[in-house]
Design a protein around this ligand. Structure first.
Ligand SMILES: *Cc1c(COP(=O)(O)O)cnc(C)c1O
Length: 212
């Protein structure tokens, strides 16, 4: 199946949910296939590694300036410069230290991306993200200190559990903090995520096939 055919199937499934934005996750996928998706009307892409994203997207963005790029992988403070250069939305804000480095780069580059806070929704020690009970304080601190444009939350639920309750919890925390965007749901669980209130689904495999 082609990228365009895969997209058609996904769009068919989400056509009754006009609030849902489809993020095509193009990590490890080369520019030729990304362009197939752009030509099939994909407008939002997600990458999880800053340097890989820069390698591909400096050229792609100059060719397709209306496409938006979201960072969906962990961001180290020492890559703040490159992240501000290339991403329109950073979904993985997860520490004060990172916010401080991003703030400096934003002033230097005069570029002001939108932010989602990553939440460690299953409180898993190996995952990054703010603990659910600390989101309110974190969002308030970062807004007060840096005035970031934080518009949403993002999370990846624990791999081997039923995700619905985690999705519901993320949506609840977003509502409590008046954040309109909720990024949750991947190839295997996006329909559940939409039922629970997701408005940004992040789909890789179903669009581009299995990654190497
Ligand atoms: C890779 C990735 C996805 C896409 O996963 P698929 O199962 O291929 O759809 C979504 N979100 C994040 C954070 C990812 O790293």
């Amino acid at each position: 199946m082609s990228v365009a055919e895969n997209l058609e199937l996904i769009r068919e499934k989400i056509k009754n949910y006009p609030q849902v934005n489809l993020i095509a996750v193009s990590k490890t996928i080369d520019s030729t296939k990304i362009i197939e998706a752009i030509n099939a009307d994909c407008k939002i892409f997600g990458e999880n590694k800053v340097l890989e994203a820069k390698d591909k997207w400096v050229a792609l963005k100059s060719q397709y300036p209306n496409v938006k790029l979201h960072l969906i992988g962990h961001l180290q403070s020492n890559k703040a410069k490159e992240a501000i250069e290339i991403f329109d939305v950073i979904q993985t804000l997860d520490s004060e230290k990172l916010a401080g480095e991003l703030f400096k780069e934003m002033q230097k580059q005069k570029k002001f991306p939108e932010f989602f806070v990553q939440v460690n929704i299953g409180e898993e020690p190996q995952k990054s993200g703010i603990a659910p009970s600390l989101v309110k304080e974190f969002v308030a601190d970062i807004k007060a200190k840096y005035n970031f444009n934080i518009t949403g939350l993002m999370a990846i639920p624990p791999a081997d559990e039923e995700p619905a309750l985690y999705f519901a919890l993320l949506k609840k925390i977003a509502d409590e903090n008046n954040l309109k965007n909720v990024s949750m749901g991947m190839s295997g669980d996006f329909e559940t995520a939409i039922d629970m209130g997701s408005n940004y689904i992040r789909i890789g495999t179903l669009i581009f096939g299995e990654r190497q």
